[in-house]
Ligand binder design. Sequence first.
Ligand SMILES: Cc1cc2nc3c(=O)[nH]c(=O)nc-3n(C[C@H](O)[C@H](O)[C@H](O)COP(=O)(O)O)c2cc1C
Length: 354
Amino acid sequence: MNHLNPDTLRFILESAILAPSADNQHRVRFKLDQNAIRVTYTEPALPPPGGYKRALVLMSLGALVENLTIAASRFGIQAVTALYPDPNQPDWVLQTHLQPDQAVVDPLWQSISLRHTNRRVFFHGPQMSEAERGELDAAANAFPACQLLWLDDPAKRNHALRLMRLAETERFRTRLLHDELFSAIRFEAGWRETCPEGLPPGALGVEPPLRPIFALLRHWPAMRLANLLGAHYMLGWRACDLPCRLAPHLGLLAVKNSDDQSVYDVGRTFQRVWLAATSQGRVLQPMPASAIFALEGASVEGIPIATQHSLADGWKSSLGEAIPLMLFRTGFAKPLAVAAGRAGVEAYADTENG
Ligand SMILES: Cc1cc2nc3c(=O)[nH]c(=O)nc-3n(C[C@H](O)[C@H](O)[C@H](O)COP(=O)(O)O)c2cc1C
């Protein structure tokens, strides 16, 4: 590539990797090919269509691409990305064409390195002004197929919280979900250090007196025993109900269709909204479980069918035909002492394909 110096490319790729991903794992590799960045998926295949696992992957890819696009705009470079550029090569998930001198600088690039998931229980106000809400709405409008809804009215919030509690409780009650949740946590990092992939315990916002109990509950027999005393209800309440009740705002991104492109676009939209919130000094926590466990394919992936139905029916009663995909709370809070880390950009180089 003639127009891109190595420092510019490094900044763009580092920014891409700074994007959020479910469980802090970007399962991708980058390869520069003339004026394009080719992105391959590191697993043999994407999870099957229609389920929650694929939704998590696609939203994470969307967030990564949005960061990449915004970072490129800093240098006037327009980044145009296609999802699945070649249907015959399923591991080739993205192709980004870089066009120099074509883009207007997007000021959101300044928030990329400042953004982190914040899991403190208490987010305080003040609430957004009309102008601030307008900024977040404008960030979401870049992808008109995605709808940004605010669930701040008490009736809407209560309805959403009932569904969120149901889903979060399931994460501690169902063995498969429990294993998925705890296997992403790198307990070996301790409570004070970060790690380049996965979730460092210190970023989880667990209060110090509760840490030994939380660590013990990673063992399924301990969790199962504790559930006899209702621990899953307690944890579901602590994980989402309480923090969402206390937060100034609860947001939701929904789409009309749950095809791959729409889900990926939600990831892009979500990242824009998150960066816009960050530029206002706000923090945010994604909480998509109640939305993605409602997807039809989720029951095949281990979500109990009764739970999937209750969630799907519950969302339908409040949203009609709109499909919820990402919920989040936002407000103000001090950053946690530990944030999820990232490996250096070299770790994401595609060495196999040249
Ligand atoms: C699609 C998606 C789903 C996520 N789901 C959750 C979640 O359910 N709960 C949560 O606390 N964080 C969630 N996160 C946040 C990630 O755990 C976080 O982005 C990742 O650990 C990297 O940390 P960082 O955001 O501080 O860079 C999600 C992020 C994405 C992109």
